[in-house]
Design a protein around this ligand. Structure first.
Ligand SMILES: Cc1cc2nc3c(=O)[nH]c(=O)nc-3n(C[C@H](O)[C@H](O)[C@H](O)COP(=O)(O)O)c2cc1C
Length: 126
């Protein structure tokens, strides 16, 4: 089983800092078998990470201890048979409105909404 964590953070980083961190993150994620997606917005980030439980717990500890983050909140933690973002060592996109990411219909998890929104944006720009 794979562990999936969706968390938010109020970190505010410049674009150039995000570019540097994502390059490093992709190398490390590849080594650890972690995939996922990082969504940036004006006031912070929403990120989904998925992989073996030990790798995900280890990365989440590092993220929580990273000074660039502030107010890290785990919104959802679950287990899954299949990866949601198998082709992404860490995808990256910027959004202006976070509201659709929290607009839950009954029985829908935040992970499901996150995937729906990210995949919708990816389809738009394809
Ligand atoms: C918004 C944000 C997202 C991050 N995402 C990842 C990630 O997906 N993978 C990763 O290895 N590190 C990520 N990091 C960096 C970690 O917090 C931490 O600095 C890093 O894992 C330490 O790696 P090291 O082994 O080089 O010390 C992220 C940091 C920030 C601020």
């Amino acid at each position: 089983m794979l562990k999936v964590i969706l968390y938010t953070s109020d970190a505010k980083l410049e674009n150039v800092e995000i570019d540097i961190l994502i390059d490093k993150a992709r190398v490390k994620n590849k080594r650890l078998g972690i995939t996922g997606f990082l969504v940036c917005h004006l006031n912070g980030f929403i990120q989904l990470i998925e992989g073996e439980e030990e790798a995900i717990d280890g990365l989440m500890n590092e993220i929580s201890a990273d000074d660039r983050h502030s107010n890290v909140r785990i919104k959802e933690s679950s287990f899954a048979e299949q990866r949601k973002f198998p082709d992404w060592e860490m995808g990256l996109m910027t959004i202006s409105d976070t509201e659709p990411y929290y607009n839950q219909s009954e029985g829908e998890s935040l992970v499901e909404i996150f995937c729906k929104n990210v995949n919708g944006t990816l389809a738009e720009i394809a």
